[in-house]
Design a protein around this ligand. Structure first.
Ligand SMILES: C[S@@+](CC[C@H](N)C(=O)[O-])C[C@H]1O[C@@H](n2cnc3c(N)ncnc32)[C@H](O)[C@@H]1O
Length: 248
């Protein structure tokens, strides 16, 4: 099992991740899966596809566009430092400011392994543009020769395995009945990433935890986890979810 002294294993911290990650020892994390703010003036109430926005928790923290290059460089620099040589990272990104993410990934030394496209239904309607129905997922690693990639983790016969391996992932968004954060990733997408790029007992980090989806899915698959979330209400929500998992 991974060794980490401070911060503790299997915890989420209500903290800015850039300062929080400075307390993580170098080369101690096996996998980072994260979905940072996209600097698109998102107010947390959009994008709920006609669902009841009164159940969406307030406080979503966005980054001003002009600060995005430095913000991206700062958290990606820390991510590189804390990842093991065998480690990988998956970064979700919209298209608007993806150049800042790609520049930062490149400048700190990450190797881009793949640009996965996550295709989802219900893109937001645009009157004079194409309806956006995808996110980019940049799959990067520190050392291409040492990275973990469990090709046979999900299927044993060739046809579905081929479909699972292609770089366009068609996965539906999840609907939630109760209270929610505005940008929760589907469990299936996190599960897939964890299965391909980590093993049970590995340590998974999400610097921008949101609803805690990466942390709860890591826990359910027997991975250790560590997370940061700056919004107190989201942090409390994550803690509730992790406790509920324990009580199951
Ligand atoms: C796109 S959401 C993450 C959604 C998450 N993947 C999920 O499935 O619920 C980005 C999150 O980063 C948080 N955030 C923004 N700046 C932060 C910072 N400096 N440190 C930690 N969290 C931050 C936001 O409040 C938001 O919850």
């Amino acid at each position: 099992m991974s060794q980490i002294q401070s911060p503790s294993l299997n915890k989420v911290y209500n903290q800015d991740c850039i300062s929080g990650m400075k307390n993580i020892p170098s080369e101690s994390i096996d996998l980072i899966v994260t979905d940072p703010p996209f600097a698109i003036k998102f107010d947390g109430k959009q994008g709920n596809y006609g669902r009841d926005s009164s159940k969406v928790l307030d406080g979503y923290v966005e980054i001003p566009k002009e600060d995005y290059p430095k913000f991206s460089l700062d958290w990606i620099t820390e991510s590189y430092r804390v990842l093991k040589d065998s480690g990988s990272m998956y970064v979700f990104s919209g298209f608007n400011n993806m150049k800042d993410i790609l520049n930062a990934l490149d400048s700190v030394g990450f190797t881009l392994q793949s640009n996965v496209i996550w295709e989802y239904p219900f893109g937001l309607y645009a009157k004079k543009n194409f309806v956006v129905s995808h996110y980019n997922i940049f799959y990067v690693c520190k050392n291409p020769k040492k990275r973990i990639f469990n090709s046979d983790c999900r299927f044993s016969n060739s046809k579905p395995r081929y479909h699972d391996l292609i770089s366009v992932w068609k996965i539906k968004k999840e609907f939630w009945k109760g209270k929610k954060t505005p940008t929760k990733l589907p469990t299936e997408i996190i599960k897939k990433i964890l299965q391909y790029s980590s093993n049970p007992g590995d340590l998974v980090l999400d610097p921008f935890s949101g609803s805690g989806q990466v942390l709860t899915t890591s826990k359910s698959l027997g991975r250790n986890y560590l997370g940061f979330e700056i919004v107190p209400g989201y942090f409390e929500f994550i803690q509730e979810r992790l406790t509920m998992e324990e009580e199951k």
